[in-house]
Design a protein around this ligand. Sequence first.
Ligand code: ADP
Length: 585
Amino acid sequence: MGTVENPVASAAADVQLVQEVTDGFRLVIDALKLNGIDTIFGLPGIPITDLTRKAQAAGMRVISFRHEQNAGYAASIAGFMTQKPGICLTVSAPGFLNGLTALANATTNCFPMILVSGSSEREIVDLQQGDYEEMDQLAIAKPLAKAAFRVLHAEDIGVGVARAIRAAVSGRPGGVYLDLPAKLFPQTLDAEAGKKSLIRVVDPAPRQIPAPDAVQRALELLKSAKRPLIVLGKGAAYAQADADIRALIERTGMPYLPMSMAKGLLPDTHPQCASAARSFVLPEADVVMLIGARLNWLLSHGKGKTWGGKAPKDWGGQKFIQIDISPQEADSNVRIDAPVVGDIGSCVSRLLAGIGSNWAKPPAEWLSAVAERKSKNIAKMAETLAKNPMPMNFHSALAVVRDIVKANPEAYLVNEGANALDFTRSIVDMYQPRKRLDVGTWGVMGVGMGFSVAAAVVSGQPVIAIEGDSAFGFSGMEVETICRYNLPVCVVILNNNGVYRGDEVNPTGGRDPAPLVFVKDARYEKLMEAFGGVGVHATTPAELRKAMEEAIRSRKPTLINAVIDETAGTESGRITSLNPSAKKK
Ligand code: ADP
């Protein structure tokens, strides 16, 4: 006798069956959520379109960009702000490649991020049979990332995501690539087995405690200093050890110099801040303690004119203490006399313990020499800022920005350009940690809108983006993204009609403009208006001030086209010396 099927029971079994199965899409989302990752920056397309839909349906924030590079920059700066890896999700080959610049930039800057890219079928890619968007993405990503992984089976998604998270945030943070072939997503797995395959990463960025003798060596060197100096880098900002770093500086009484993205770790107006005396303190200091800062090109490699000696025989005048999580960083440019390897929080707290409460302040001659130089330079700058030329120049426009940032210290300041970068960095004081987000170690152009979107999405705070007109061009289309998500971003374009400046002419008198100039008097503000945001054309400091105040107050997406003198600006800004053509002149 055959069995008679009970249609109701069979439907129930089907439902149960559906409920008991999970798939690759779901597992990727569950793995991220399990690890506290709630935001994806990306751009949908084959094969990850459904992943973006399903992630949003599962309650994640999915921020869709117009170009993957900007999504990548957003992810990387979200990583810097939160100490959690920022996620950038892209399609295969071209989308992956578009995201790769941001991944490499993240690795260079020690920002934790994970570039997750869909990819084509391994079997076809490896035999080079011409698959849709065929590319061996893993091999290409490897040299640019801190680590790179590929997941082929749904049951390995948990491990893949866990390894990517650990690699991104542990030790020296960096960019990680996670390759997810199209075939992975529809793979199904028993739901219970799927759940068990996921990993909640325990202690993803373990503290690294410095060796006591290394701390002792550093303390002794500090004690011996006659002209000590502390340099704070963006590693110090990233570490979020703000109170201890402040205590270290205040208890030792030493002058300190914040690198660009460390500005605001203590308010730039702090009496010990030596930014305004940079070119004096670097060559004059005898012991320099680097905290999360590398002696790369931004610090003239610790030698040469900036440090007081032109020839190799003069190098080595300073003694260096370097606090860094990477044991390989010391001696990369000059001798490090006291390397302290560990995470900044642990290192600084141990140094503080050794310093105690009655550490002798540095000699008065040193402090007064720094103070004297500082006040001279500050007075000189105040004089320049007080001028009101017509058309505006960088200084008169940035005097306004400086006031607005002072009045709104919680706002993020995104900054890119050449002159627009250099002038903003030196003119606009920061008052809170991790509020200044800029071009970083590479001096890369194009981070502006991606950083702005991420800063607004992650923090909910207003964002002011000070952009050179050239820099803005790299990511300008993302003003649509800013409008779509209705983000409180105020973009200020310091518009001088070109790269560096806008007055070059084609020496042949031919039909093409000079390579460095743009359309004159371009109305960038209309771009923002095109998507429903506020556009303002500002030709005076008063107009700029009014527009910025209104943008902060209203929290509406705003773009201010601040027209400045097209002859303002020098080639390559302050790094003219790196420009081979300028070297010849
Ligand atoms: P800047 O450009 O501001 O001078 P760098 O990017 O050159 O800063 O240097 C940052 C340094 O900080 C890197 O060498 C990196 O290894 C280090 N670093 C990053 N995070 C930590 C941390 N949590 N603890 C210790 N060092 C860190």
